[in-house]
Design a protein around this ligand. Structure first.
Ligand SMILES: *Cc1c(COP(=O)(O)O)cnc(C)c1O
Ligand code: SF4
Length: 386
């Protein structure tokens, strides 16, 4: 039996049917055109962001609606009409829905707001620095859609706000003054919510610093607002040789619209890598992770990380045990292309950095040497160097 065949993919007839039905409903409700739909500014302006609005499209009960309203007072929600239209409302565990529509489980207060102590690793401006040679600048707190599993929830305020010029300048000054910084990650929020002009100003300043060799942007627009990606943006990213890190968590997010955005970037010579988050009920299944990474590979996105979820307040219902992640990694070995195999990492609490996680039996040692387990569970040995 082909277990992978049960995983919903964004290109299937089933997914396309859901999408076009939902899309037509939204277009009718908002009295909008196909052109509006493909305009990312229209998508942002028409985000679904209050519980009453959800009632128009779904069969939510009054009580569910009231719960969502309560949660959204604490943790706001906003969903682009595009991402919203991917939801299969007949499936209570639809991965798109679980990632975008608030759930009562968010009212559980276990966990921390800032488990990685990012606030403490802010030396200047809007920087997070945990490593000598690379750092992050947060250029905005806004995202097209507010992921329910977001690990930086504390930064998502009640208003979308780009970082002030003063903080950006301070951040760039800090980088200029620290010659060990080789790589700068421009992220947020979602870095691509800045205008092309704002982005160009930042890239241009950073590119004039000799010791900064590589720029990277963090964006989830490929999954949540693919219409943001156009030729002009791709040319800009290529000009400054900016790498793109994105986040697809499930194969059903990899739609023709998302792939068009990927193609625009890759055809212009921009490298795109995926940082997936392991999430309970969404993708904590070996066939799902395999299929999702194979879809990414097929459409030229390189699987980069599989993040173990962090201990962030109000996201505990997405938590998974490490043993599950290790089982998934063990499964991928030998069963799919090496190009489809991300590095599974745990982000240490307290800002101590990322730790790669590999199945425990992969490599152990005894008094004579190393003992390895192959993908088919054959044991092999390699003696210490004499
Ligand atoms: C993850 C992270 C980076 C980038 O790490 P890579 O392993 O190079 O992707 C840089 N700075 C901080 C603070 C990070 O958390
Ligand atoms: S796109 Fe990233 S920063 Fe924004 S809400 Fe989602 S996970 Fe959080």
């Amino acid at each position: 039996m082909n277990h992978k065949a049960n995983i919903r993919i964004g290109f299937s007839e089933f997914s396309r049917k859901i999408y076009s039905e939902n899309k037509n409903k939204v277009l009718n409700e908002l009295n909008a055109s196909e052109n509006d739909w493909n305009d990312y500014k229209w998508q942002l302006k028409n985000r679904i962001s209050d519980a009453e609005e959800l009632l128009k499209y779904t069969n939510l009960t009054r009580e569910e609606c009231e719960n969502i309203r309560k949660i959204s007072e604490k943790y706001r929600f906003a969903i682009t009409p595009y991402y919203f239209s991917l939801i299969d409302f007949d499936n209570p565990k639809c991965p798109i829905k679980l990632q975008s529509v608030p759930s009562v489980e968010e009212l559980d207060d276990k966990g921390q707001l800032d488990p990685m102590n990012e606030e403490q690793s802010n030396p200047s401006g809007k920087i997070t620095r945990r490593y000598p040679n690379k750092l992050i600048i947060n250029v905005t707190n806004a995202c097209p859609m507010y992921c329910r599993h977001c690990q930086r929830r504390r930064l998502i305020g009640n208003f979308d706000k780009n970082t002030s010029k003063k903080y950006i300048d301070e951040s760039i000054d800090f980088i200029r003054d620290h010659e060990t910084i080789r790589e700068v990650l421009v992220t947020g929020g979602d870095a691509l919510l800045l205008s092309n002009n704002q982005l160009e100003n930042i890239f241009n300043e950073l590119s004039q610093i000799d010791h900064v060799e590589v720029l990277r942007v963090g964006t989830r627009t490929l999954a949540t607002l693919p219409f943001r990606i156009d030729d002009e943006l791709a040319v800009l990213l290529r000009k400054y040789k900016v790498n793109v890190s994105t986040q697809f968590n499930h194969a059903c997010e990899i739609t023709p619209e998302a792939v068009k955005a990927v193609d625009t970037l890759v055809d212009h010579g921009v490298l795109v890598r995926n940082q997936m988050v392991l999430l309970h009920n969404i993708n904590d299944n070996k066939y799902c992770i395999q299929k999702t990474n194979e879809e990414l590979h097929k459409y030229r996105v390189i699987p980069y990380y599989l993040f173990h979820p962090k201990d962030v307040k109000s996201t505990q219902h997405f938590d998974v045990d490490i043993s599950k992640g290790l089982e998934i990694m063990k499964h991928l070995e030998g069963r799919t292309s090496g190009m489809c195999k991300p590095t599974y990492v745990y982000n240490s609490p307290g800002g101590l950095g990322k730790v790669p996680l590999v199945p425990m039996e992969n490599i152990v040692s005894d008094e004579n040497g190393y003992v390895f387990t192959t993908w088919e569970n054959k044991i092999i040995r390699k003696d210490f160097k004499k």
